[in-house]
Design a protein around this ligand. Structure first.
Ligand SMILES: NC(=O)c1ccc[n+]([C@@H]2O[C@H](COP(=O)([O-])OP(=O)(O)OC[C@H]3O[C@@H](n4cnc5c(N)ncnc54)[C@H](OP(=O)(O)O)[C@@H]3O)[C@@H](O)[C@H]2O)c1
Length: 350
């Protein structure tokens, strides 16, 4: 395998952007045709000069559509690789000479995971293990895995499978030895407008002249992030990661009922009750995580509880520990969206 320059930086550098670090690099995105993957690939192609960007996913049609949408401009850089994260050999082929892997492939539909538990585990848990092994075997330098607020104190299998995945990525740093492959996790909340989420549902119902909008519980709150913010946050984490961190962006909260009122002030809402596997409020950092949590201006960093490799403690890098008993939950957030701000976020969404 040809020698490649190592990705190197200190965690304090490039926090704002990180796109420079991607110039000349080969990047693999598992789940590259999903909501996150598409926006990530498009943003990286426009804002950096990567050597190669490889989209790794199962469905040829989604890949074809993405290729058509992006057009011929990126043909020399972009590759579409059909594969399943359940297939380690295929992942290894895709990871040849790859510098950075962004792992976004997942099954994420909560009821589907409850009905088909082993399917969820095969993709989200064994898939994570396959990404780790393939990255180690192929000498990938950095791997960043996407997680969700549902992984903190999980109440459904989707969240539990993502928590298991987070643990697999964090522990993988113990295995990389002198190869130095580094693995970190990004955890965030609801993506405004992502497939299967409440905003597209409300928009469809409004377009179909629904008589009311359903609201599970008037008290229910969620964290909200745009896809673009998510992509830029992931790139900035790639730039600062040392391995083993869970990065959590500081993002606003809003009650679901306020989302309904913002989208359709003219429509009444009907309370339909909280659904199985749902929480009233989401948590991104639990009280127990807080003992390892450090705060920077735009994010929290949960350091690994068990680290058997050397890394610079964030406190020495200017981050401050959060208060004892701190929780980062969507109902006790300092930052709340109002209708105008939500409308702006929705306008930015695809
Ligand atoms: N959307 C949100 O609100 C949200 C919030 C927090 C965290 N996240 C996390 O962000 C990540 C990306 O989410 P997303 O919204 O982009 O999901 P998405 O739109 O459902 O996309 C999932 C992607 O994964 C691929 N995929 C699924 N199973 C696969 C497998 N076995 N092997 C290879 N590829 C597979 C899908 O393509 P094929 O079906 O063609 O394989 C697709 O490209 C996930 O890890 C999710 O847990 C999402």
């Amino acid at each position: 395998m040809p020698q490649r320059d190592r990705l190197s930086n200190t965690p304090t550098q490039a926090v704002q952007s990180g796109f420079d670090l991607l110039d000349g690099r080969s990047i693999l995105v598992t789940g590259g045709t999903g909501s996150f993957g598409r926006r990530f690939v498009e943003t990286v192609l426009r804002r950096a000069k990567p050597r190669r960007v490889i989209v790794f996913s199962r469905d040829e049609f989604k890949q074809y559509e993405m290729q058509q949408q992006l057009g011929p401009e990126w043909a020399s850089t972009l590759r579409f690789f059909i594969g399943d994260v359940r297939d380690r050999e295929r992942l290894e082929l895709a990871m040849r000479e790859v510098d950075l892997c962004v792992h976004a492939a997942a099954l994420k539909h909560v009821p589907a995971a409850e009905y088909n538990p082993m399917e969820c585990i095969h993709t989200n848990v064994y898939g994570a293990e396959n990404v780790v092994r393939a990255a180690l075997n192929m000498g990938v330098q950095r791997v960043i895995a996407l997680s969700t607020d549902k992984a903190a104190n999980p109440v459904n299998l989707y969240g539990a499978s993502k928590l298991a995945s987070d643990k697999i990525f964090i522990a993988a740093n113990n295995l990389s030895g002198s190869l130095g492959t580094r693995f970190s996790v990004v955890r965030y909340g609801n993506v405004v407008g992502s497939r299967g989420s409440v905003i597209p549902l409300y928009r469809r119902m409004i377009a179909e002249d629904a008589a009311f909008l359903p609201v599970t519980d008037e008290r229910m709150t969620r964290f909200w992030i745009t896809l673009q913010h998510g992509v830029e946050f992931v790139v900035s984490c790639v730039a600062m990661m040392q391995g083993g961190e869970i990065f959590v962006p500081k993002i606003p909260s809003m009650r679901i009922v306020e989302v309904a009122r913002t989208l359709a002030p003219h429509l009444p809402h009907k309370v339909i009750g909280i659904r199985p596997g749902e929480k009233l409020h989401e948590v991104m950092i639990t009280e127990d995580d807080s003992r390892q949590t450090y705060e920077l201006a735009d994010r929290y960093v949960i350091e690994p509880a068990f680290a058997f490799w050397t890394h610079e403690p964030y406190q020495r890098l200017g981050a401050r520990p959060v208060a004892d008993g701190f929780r980062y939950a969507s109902d006790i957030n300092d930052d709340w969206l109002d209708s105008d701000r939500l409308a702006r976020l929705i306008a930015e969404a695809p």
